[in-house]
Design a protein around this ligand. Structure first.
Ligand code: ADP
Ligand code: MG
Length: 727
């Protein structure tokens, strides 16, 4: 489709399609039209340049400067044809979200003239003056520079009038300051390690990809109501608010029909996503009222993650056009289900052989069991690390509540795979292997039915779901690269250990497949403690998990300690994904972010309580007092005593809550002031957890009680029933 024709389609889309007054354009006609993809490259780059850039994209070869100049020239022409006037290096700082600084193509030239410029060096690298991004001590002021450098494996795209170039963000001394660098390095690590293991299966020449399919949950709130809630505006969650009489107990929202205005929003969201090649596949209502989910078709992890971040940006924009605000916070409403971002993760060869799917032959099944056993072992050995990548100030509200996975990482295999492992263990010694026939291993064929095995344990944080693992502990607001790069890294490390062990056996004369089976059995047996098929919410599991040696820490700042424990340092050093300095910086940033978030919440709560709720509660109290006075004047003694008794009780109740709330808020504020002054980031974050959260709960208890007592018309904020049921 030509650009001008497309613009016409786009205008019509916004006008008619969203309102269901015209049929939608055919997706395939405009899919990816805002992306510098191969189709576009064929029009804007010479064959020679294309060949070189493809090698860079596919094999990670370094791009030479001359080719970069050609690519930049083509990209600029395309961007201008598409109406773009600016460009930006688009990156993922550790604050979360994405960052961009727009530069104009326009360059003053000569006397009063201007030209449009964009060179290879501007495409490939920029110095960022973004010294206010968190760096965990990685940048001293004298070397406060950071660099952004092009990641050619993720295509450039256009948003609005800006050409966006996906980049990594590193310090002057080369340390990663973002989420992308570790993810890219972890992809290489897991590929190399998986190839080593695959060589024992007669494969391993091809690279192995880590694949990610995320499921993004979110809430939509009417923008007018949102604007009246300072807590939503400043903290993205309600810090006070009594439960609505009805919330999700009817279970009528989940998979129900999508409300009209929401559907219009989703249609436009999909349209915008398809323009950017974000392969959105499903959309549905979630468990809580006004909660929804969209999920794409899975992609190679780095691209999938870029697409998730882009989706979050696009979603905010589109929602605004429909009078909504999107909440990505993990727990915007107390007592109502929170939002997660399930990360479906697997590995497969570049040509598409899935390594976590049972195969057609027993030989393929052995390969499958080998990879699954190693994933289990990696998760077992590093369960605390995995949790640390997802346990944040915001996600802590969700993990451990009886709706999301518990804050203990375990895996669930399901009956079929567990049985296959038992059979493998049982027959280990009797196995005779002939690679050609591939049927005599003695492992019973895993039934094809497995793929449709719906026997899924919804309470499991790391569940095997037929051809992948689903990491359900990731929070909806998170950059999932944090979790996915950790999974890739620990699996890479474990696969290397496995390959070392098999190599050693083979070197001492053992047949390769026998060695693989023996090691697979050993690894599986070692990892037994991570497998749990029961109810993850139960008290017994918490006790049993502790007895099994699994990490049971629920305090987010303390959970970060394992980022720098000897095991983690070893795993990251051996795989080359992150250095000790980088890991230390990450834990510092996690503590810093935690403290900042809780400080903001505590201060907003104090303001809401002292300046919004208490003044009105006091006013309501005096209205009641006034009434009581007048009753006393009008009614004779006995009658007055009887008639005024409920008002008097309410006044006592009100005054009690107002007093307690006021005292607690004062105490909380002075504790926050003390905690903020603690110089050590770790100690400060822990103090926020141990000393401030309790106050916040107590204050909220009194405020929520006041909400139930006070005249509805006097309540200063939109209530849960409005926030959750108006759409
Ligand atoms: P459910 O809600 O049943 O978990 P969804 O359809 O909402 O499933 O999401 C499943 C996600 O998992 C999708 O993004 C899908 O593309 C992805 N997925 C499917 N197979 C794989 C795989 N082998 N590796 C990674 N992701 C996968
Ligand atoms: Mg789903």
């Amino acid at each position: 489709m030509s650009n001008s024709r497309f613009r016409a389609v786009e205008a019509a889309f916004h006008r008619d399609v969203v309102k269901a007054e015209a049929p939608a354009p055919i997706t395939s006609e405009y899919y990816g039209c805002n992306v510098f993809n191969r189709k576009v490259m064929r029009r804007y780059l010479s064959a020679d340049t294309r060949e070189k850039i493809y090698i860079t994209i596919e094999q990670g070869a370094t791009l030479d400067r001359e080719v970069a100049e050609h690519v930049a020239a083509g990209m600029k022409r395309w961007a201008q044809d598409m109406g773009a006037t600016h460009y930006t290096h688009w990156f993922q700082p550790l604050t979360g979200g994405t960052a961009e600084k727009h530069d104009s193509f326009t360059q003053p030239h000569g006397k009063g003239d201007a030209i449009e410029t964009f060179s290879g060096s501007l495409l490939c690298q920029q110095e960022s003056d973004a010294s206010s991004f968190p760096n965990g001590g990685l940048r001293n002021t004298f070397e406060a520079r950071g660099y952004t450098a092009w990641d050619p494996s993720s295509p450039a795209f256009i948003m609005g009038d800006c050409l966006c170039i996906p980049t990594v963000f590193i310090s002057y001394t080369g340390e990663a300051l973002d989420y992308k660098v570790p993810l890219l390095k972890s992809e290489v690590a897991v590929s190399n390690a998986a190839q080593r293991v695959l060589r024992h299966f007669g494969m391993g020449d091809e690279r192995v990809q880590s694949l990610l399919g995320w499921e993004q949950e979110f809430f939509l709130v009417d923008s007018a109501l949102f604007a009246q809630r300072p807590d939503l505006i400043l903290a993205e969650r309600t810090l006070i608010g009594h439960n609505s009489a009805r919330n999700q107990q009817l279970d009528d929202h989940y998979f129900g029909s999508i409300p009209g205005r929401v559907l219009e929003f989703l249609k436009e969201l999909e349209f915008e996503c398809y323009k950017l090649s974000i392969p959105i596949k499903t959309r549905h209502n979630e468990v809580a009222p006004n909660q929804f989910e969209v999920a794409p078709v899975y992609e190679q992890s780095n691209l999938a993650n870029d697409h998730n971040l882009l989706l979050m940006t696009v979603m905010r924009d589109v929602a605004e056009r429909h009078g909504f605000v999107v909440l990505f916070h993990e727990k915007p409403f107390e007592g109502v289900n929170g939002s997660g971002k399930h990360c479906n993760w697997s590995i497969g060869t570049e040509s598409g052989v899935p390594l976590l799917s049972p195969g057609k032959t027993e030989f393929d099944n052995l390969r499958f069991l080998t990879f699954v056993a190693n994933v289990l072992k990696a998760v077992y050995d590093n369960n605390a690390l995995l949790k640390s990548t997802v346990l944040s100030a915001t996600n802590a509200h969700r993990l451990g509540a009886n709706e999301a996975p518990p804050a203990i990482i375990s895996t669930f295999l399901g009956d079929h795979v567990s049985k296959a492992f038992e059979d493998l263990l049982e027959t280990e010694n009797m196995v005779h292997i002939e690679r050609e026939s591939g049927y005599s291993i003695g492992v019973p064929r895993v039934p094809e039915l497995l793929l449709d095995n719906t026997d899924r344990n919804r309470t499991s944080p790391f569940a095997f779901t037929g051809n992948r693992f689903e990491f359900r502990a990731v929070g909806s607001s998170a950059n999932c690269a944090s979790a996915i790069s950790a999974i890739n890294t620990i699996v890479a490390h474990q696969l290397n250990r496995f390959a070392d062990a098999v190599d050693a056996r083979v070197a001492s004369g053992e047949p390769a497949l026998k060695a693989v089976i023996a090691e697979t059995c050993a690894v599986y047996k070692d990892a037994q403690n991570i497998c749990f098929d029961g109810n993850g919410y139960s008290e017994e599991w918490k006790q049993e998990a502790a007895a099994r040696g699994l990490d049971c820490e629920t305090c987010a700042p303390r959970a970060q300690d394992c980022l720098t424990c000897p095991r983690t340092l070893e795993v990251y050093a051996a795989t080359g994904v992150m250095s000790e300095t980088e890991l230390r910086a990450r834990s510092e940033i996690a503590w810093e972010t935690y403290s900042k978030k809780i400080e903001i919440e505590a201060r907003v709560l104090a303001d809401l309580t002292a300046n919004h709720v208490i003044p009105l509660a006091t006013r309501y109290q005096s209205i009641l007092l006034d009434n009581v006075y007048k009753m006393k004047a009008v009614f004779p003694g006995d009658e007055y005593a009887e008639l005024a008794s409920t008002d008097l009780a309410t006044i006592r109740d009100l005054a009690g809550h107002v007093n307690r709330a006021r005292i607690l808020v004062d105490e909380m504020e002075s504790v926050v002031d003390e905690v903020v002054a603690i110089p050590c980031q770790r100690e400060r974050a822990i103090a926020f957890h141990d000393r401030v959260l309790g106050y916040m709960n107590d204050v909220r208890g009194h405020v929520d009680a006041l909400e139930m007592i006070m005249d509805d018309q006097m309540w200063p904020l939109p209530k849960y029933r409005e926030l959750l049921f108006i759409h």
